[in-house]
Design a protein around this ligand. Structure first.
Ligand code: HEM
Length: 170
């Protein structure tokens, strides 16, 4: 994969931070709205807003986060499969994007359409889903800043010179 010049890399990282942390912020908004209904707010007023935020902001952002995250890995010396922290983030984000697009977004649309008629069981899902994804995104953020576990064995270089290079941060 081609590597990009430092200025372009900073631009890509900025884009990655804005989208991924924007995704986390939107998730917190969905969690707040879900909890508000549990605490007595009017579901007929709240769920249409939840559906709007979910479909117009959260779902498209999830796809953007995945695309820009993958680009941030492929276009920098980190690589997509070379470091465990990048690989774990890739798996986490891929699972989450699937859940957001195929499970959460249809559920949010359903809740927006039903409003106060949404059964209690389904109301709990609108708290549990954003709570779980918020935790997963905080894990992704911590992995990104601490970058634990080093390189994967298969990706570890074999020559002495490349071994020396691998001990430094890309
Ligand atoms: C497909 C999924 C993802 C991949 C492949 C990925 C990959 C990467 C890579 C390679 C970097 C380093 C970029 C550089 O040094 O120029 C990075 C940085 C970062 N990523 Fe991700 N990322 C993904 C998703 C996420 C998510 C979901 C979050 C948080 C919600 C996140 C938060 C961050 C943060 C905070 C940094 C900055 C770390 C630093 O500069 O010290 N990423 N990511």
């Amino acid at each position: 994969m081609p590597r990009i010049p430092p200025t372009a890399r900073k631009g890509l990282l900025t884009l990655h931070l804005v989208t991924s942390l924007g995704w986390l912020g939107t998730d917190l908004v969905l969690l707040t709205l879900g909890i508000a209904v549990q605490r007595g707010a009017d579901p007929a007023a709240v769920y249409p807003v939840t559906a709007l935020v979910g479909t117009v902001l959260f779902a498209p952002l999830s796809v953007l986060v995945w695309l820009i995250g993958v680009a941030s890995a492929l276009l920098t010396p980190w690589g997509l499969l070379r470091y465990r922290w990048v690989l774990v983030k890739l798996v986490l984000t891929t699972v989450m994007v699937g859940l957001v697009l195929f499970l959460l977004t249809p559920n949010l649309r359903h809740a927006g359409a039903l409003g106060a008629a949404l059964p209690t069981r389904d109301r709990a899902d609108l708290v549990i889903a954003p709570a779980v994804s918020t935790i997963l995104m905080i894990i992704a953020t911590v992995l990104s800043t601490y970058k634990p576990w080093g390189r994967r064995p298969a990706a570890r270089p074999t020559t002495r010179a490349s071994r020396d290079r691998a001990t430094s941060t890309p």
